[in-house]
Design a protein around this ligand. Structure first.
Ligand code: SF4
Length: 247
């Protein structure tokens, strides 16, 4: 997943998200092995600075690892990005169970939403029986194109990721098209609209690469067309790094 630095850094609970309003990231697990090209100069570099402050070499190297001392420190925000400083696909099932137990035992004054995000959405499968309405599942689909994707990321190719996300029997899903990569308009819109038809899609995030990592990007006209088609079918599109695209 990619989130960007908001500026508020706590020693124990690192808030690194301005992607979602009123969101704080809670990081009892940190790290990822998908090595997305666009993550290294942005998100991982930011975490490296935080790692220096807290003295964690594993955070500095972005190696998957746990921070159990953070388990009982769920931030005070309406929405919590669970393990947002990494990808939960690299977290052991037993520890995910602990995270979910902690959330379930947490009794905030106002109900919260908890986002679980992964670029390998198949990893959510064993957790589905544990989840209730306070959880939203998120995956990133930057494109529909598998060809050349391995040069961008070691995550499952987009077609597998979409199929796995679609197959999850879960009623609350969000797709992040960010950073958008060049795509095939018909296929890509059909993927998103099929989630709409499934009645699981809450909304879509859309945005260009904010760090200019020389990614293969669609033209603004094509990107606008995608957004317009989605909106025309009733999909809520939320924007970030829009470069003139109207959402
Ligand atoms: S999947 Fe991993 S490497 Fe890719 S953007 Fe997310 S955290 Fe970074």
């Amino acid at each position: 997943m990619q989130v960007t630095l908001l500026g508020h850094r706590e020693k124990e609970n690192i808030n690194m998200s301005n992607m979602y309003k009123n969101v704080k990231t809670w990081s009892p697990f940190v790290g990822c092995g998908f090595s997305c090209k666009y993550c290294i100069p942005s998100f991982q570099r930011q975490l490296k600075r935080v790692a220096g402050m807290i003295g964690c070499d594993l955070c500095r190297d972005y190696k998957p690892h746990t921070h159990p001392e953070r388990l009982n420190k769920i931030p005070s925000a309406p929405t919590i990005l669970v393990c947002g400083t990494g990808d939960i696909a690299f977290c052991k099932n037993k520890y995910v169970r602990q995270i979910i137990d902690t959330i379930d035992a947490h009794k905030p004054r106002k109900p919260k939403l908890y986002y679980l995000q992964s670029k390998n959405p198949a990893c959510f499968r064993p957790y589905l029986p544990w989840l209730d309405e306070k959880y939203i599942l998120v995956t990133t689909l930057e494109t529909n194109r598998d060809t050349g994707y391995a040069e961008i990321s070691q995550a499952p190719p987009p077609s597998i990721r979409f199929a796995d996300f679609y197959a999850l029997n879960y009623p609350r899903k969000v797709v992040t098209i960010e950073p958008v990569l060049d795509f095939d308009l018909d296929t890509f819109t059909n993927w998103i609209l099929s989630l709409m038809d499934q009645d699981t899609l809450q909304y879509v995030w859309f945005g260009y690469d904010s760090k200019r990592c020389s990614l293969p990007e669609p033209s603004t006209e094509k990107a606008q067309r995608l957004v317009d088609i989605l909106k025309g079918h009733g999909v809520e599109v939320r924007g970030k790094t829009l470069r003139g695209i109207r959402v």
